[in-house]
Design a protein around this ligand. Structure first.
Ligand SMILES: *Cc1c(COP(=O)(O)O)cnc(C)c1O
Length: 481
């Protein structure tokens, strides 16, 4: 976050150049979105002309409104076309339908909503998912009053046993989930087996391919995970990830229209226009959709095959190189373009993340969870491929430096105090105190995110997940006061 953005004086209109300069100042504090050195949050195809046509379309359609497809038929046409392309990639039958949403989270919320609405006789609906399922599924459960039942994964393969998934199914289960691949570890769940459990019990099965859906169809030797698998009823695919389109678009694709009906919404119960929504949003810009449509066509099928192959090759190269880095290891062989790296006891991933950041590389720390060690997450994109020869020595140096420094040690007294805290009982003052202990206190009750995050991360790492949630929510709250 840039703290010294030039404030504009709102009491008079600002000139265009003044606004441009202020915007440039604001952007200067952000992570780089291009160049292939930011290995989460952003996806760079490295194709400048595709980015450009995407930005043009975004601008040209920014003011259009997806609220009413009959008023803006262009948007309906582009949405249909994108769903049609997804149908091809996902081996969808003729009956396949879908919608464009604002992102992976919305796609998953709608998949859970459709499953809930499709089972009106179930009083307390549940979904069953591997514990590695994306947090967006927990958010869906939270928003929709649906219980998320998680099944442990094998610590070696990071995949659930389909028998455990079957055993977790009850009469209240309305949906089974599988990831293709999981975000945290980059592995494909056993989709065929999970979908078979679902089909046998007459339950829906959603494949969360938010991150893999525009990559895996272009790779060879991938186990079946699409609509080609009997029992798979819906699939989510984010375009704003590996389709390299501007942010704000994902697709939720269903095997047939009946499966989609539950997330449509109509309301004539007020004096205004009849609200008809296919997604959570009502008024929505057509810009993201037009941008995605433009980029997807500008890159084309062969283009995506090339981009997916390059990202996959880079992933395998980095994985092979990590095998030769003392202190670091790949947690599980990657199925797609994501890597999870862990350390031995001589160093920690949080120090490596800081060391990499100081070398211009952004790797995402992932905390200890349910017996799984903390890791570094890397989403490798096509633009990173050319920079693997710089990434590997940086990672080697960063790990050597982390070994030299040794792992961050959290005061054992602090650790046991943290474990004993009841996050629900923490008031604002207590949270301020904890943020100060964590090293996040700035001036006058504000939070200040330090340059080096290893100490903060190590502390969060030993905190139980509910305390982590409470602390980070407090940070968010104080950042935005
Ligand atoms: C990114 C991701 C999501 C959430 O998508 P958003 O676009 O961030 O809302 C869900 N599932 C998986 C597997 C993801 O990688």
């Amino acid at each position: 976050m840039s703290r010294d953005a030039r404030p504009l004086d709102w009491s008079r209109p600002a000139g265009a150049d003044e606004v441009r300069a202020a915007l440039a100042d604001l952007r200067a504090g952000d992570l780089p979105t291009h160049g292939g050195r930011t290995l989460s949050y952003v996806y760079d195809s490295g194709i400048a002309s595709a980015d450009e046509i995407g930005r043009e379309a975004l601008t040209a359609f920014a003011a259009t409104n997806g609220l009413d497809p009959t008023a803006f038929p262009s948007l309906a046409a582009m949405e249909s076309d994108l769903v049609g392309l997804a149908r091809e990639l996902l081996d969808g039958p003729d009956t396949t339908v879908g919608v464009a949403t604002s992102g992976g989270t919305e796609s998953l919320v709608l998949a859970v909503l459709a499953a809930r609405e499709g089972n009106p006789h179930v009083a307390h609906p549940q979904v069953v998912a591997p514990e590695t399922v994306h947090a967006a599924v927990h958010k869906a459960g939270h928003l929709l009053g649906v219980e998320v039942v998680t099944v442990p994964v094998d610590p070696r393969t990071l995949r659930p046993d389909p028998d455990d998934m079957a055993a977790a199914v009850t009469d209240s289960t309305v949906l089974l989930l599988a990831s293709a691949p999981s975000y945290a570890h980059g592995v494909l769940d056993p989709v065929e087996e999970i979908a078979a459990v679902a089909a046998e019990r007459g339950i829906r099965c959603h494949v969360d391919a938010c991150i893999g859906g525009w990559v895996l169809p272009f790779l060879d030797d991938v186990p079946p995970w699409t609509f080609a698998v009997d029992g798979v009823t819906s699939i989510s695919v984010d375009l704003h990830k590996y389709a390299y389109t501007p942010k704000g678009i994902s697709l939720l694709v269903h095997r047939n229209p009946a499966l989609r009906r539950g997330h449509f919404y109509a309301c004539a119960d007020w004096p205004g226009y009849t609200v008809l929504n296919t997604t959570l949003q009502s008024t929505k810009s057509g810009g993201h959709l037009a941008a995605a449509w433009a980029v997807v066509h500008a890159i084309g099928r062969d283009g995506y095959r090339d981009l997916a192959t390059r990202a996959r090759t880079a992933t395998l190269e980095v994985a092979a190189a990590v095998d030769g880095i003392d202190g670091l290891r790949v947690v599980v062989a990657p199925d797609s373009t994501l890597l999870a790296l862990a350390t031995d006891e001589r160093c920690d991933v949080f120090t490596i993340a800081d060391e990499m950041a100081s070398r211009g590389w952004l790797l995402q720390p992932q905390m200890f969870f349910a017996g799984h060690p903390p890791t570094l997450h890397l989403s490798l994109c096509a633009a990173t491929a050319a920079h693997v020869p710089e990434l590997v020595p940086a990672l080697t140096e960063a790990t050597a430096e982390a070994v030299r420094r040794g792992p961050v040690r959290v005061d054992p007294q602090l650790a046991s105090a943290a474990a004993a805290l009841d996050p629900a009982g923490l008031d604002d003052a207590a949270l301020d105190g904890l943020l100060a202990i964590a090293g996040l206190a700035g001036d006058g009750g504000a939070v200040e995110v330090p340059e080096r995050m290893a100490e903060v991360n190590a502390l969060l790492d030993i905190a139980p997940p509910p305390l982590r949630e409470a602390l980070l929510t407090a940070v968010l709250d104080r950042l935005a006061r």
